[in-house]
Design a protein around this ligand. Structure first.
Ligand code: SAM
Length: 195
């Protein structure tokens, strides 16, 4: 697994999401919770949680991290005991969490948003989120292991149409495109839930 706390492009991508939120809302800090598909959160300044605290977006106790990897969650608990950590499948965790009240969700996937499962995840997350939530959703634009698998502009428009047909979003657009590795381009979409 890449060291996401050291990848320059990843750090810039997170900054782009923070800047987007701050410009759109006029707020420096979020009023509620920040939910993340978290991976490992080290004690380095450039881990996601520490970067967001440094940018003034959150306090540590506003960070809610979910991962299906039990060992990463255990390590995160030791590294950042003031944050909230959940081991499990994203959809199960948020569905069973009575206190799911995000201001921001960072669904930092390494899949392609064209699959039905990923579209369902976006829809379910928006459905459970309160009004005004910003959902940032990362996905691959190409699959380096399967060169024929690519996402086109048309795929993206179709995905936006299908999602907003189900949940009302005033904003659904690409925020940022970057390389996670030399051969993998990633895109971050934002969805803002209206009602
Ligand atoms: C790209 S990493 C997260 C990086 C992190 N957000 C950061 O900025 O440092 C994605 C993580 O999501 C986890 N993951 C992927 N799909 C998941 C799912 N459906 N439910 C729970 N965890 C998942 C993986 O185990 C992996 O650790």
């Amino acid at each position: 697994m890449p060291r996401y706390d050291q990848l320059k492009n990843k750090i810039l991508a997170r900054s782009a999401c923070v800047r987007y939120y701050q410009l759109e809302t006029g707020r420096i800090a979020i009023p509620g919770q920040y939910w993340s598909l978290c991976g490992e959160q080290s004690t380095k300044d450039t881990s996601e949680i520490n970067q967001l605290v440094r940018l003034g977006l959150i306090r540590k106790n506003q960070f809610y991290g979910v991962d299906k990897n039990r060992f990463l969650i255990k390590r995160n608990m030791l590294n950042h005991p003031m944050a909230h950590w959940f081991h499990g499948e994203w959809s199960d965790v948020i569905y069973n969490q009575a206190d799911f009240r995000p201001s921001i969700v960072f669904y930092d996937s390494t899949g392609m948003m064209s699959t039905e499962q990923e579209k369902d995840t976006v829809r379910a997350t928006l459905h459970l989120s309160p009004r005004g939530t910003f959902l940032f959703f990362t996905s691959m634009l190409n699959n380096p292991r399967r060169p024929s698998q690519k996402i086109t502009e048309k795929d993206i428009t179709d995905i936006y149409e299908r999602i907003s047909g189900f949940e009302c979003c005033s904003q659904r657009r690409a925020v940022y495109v970057y390389h996670s590795t030399r051969h993998t381009r990633m895109i971050i979409h934002v969805f803002r839930k209206d009602h």
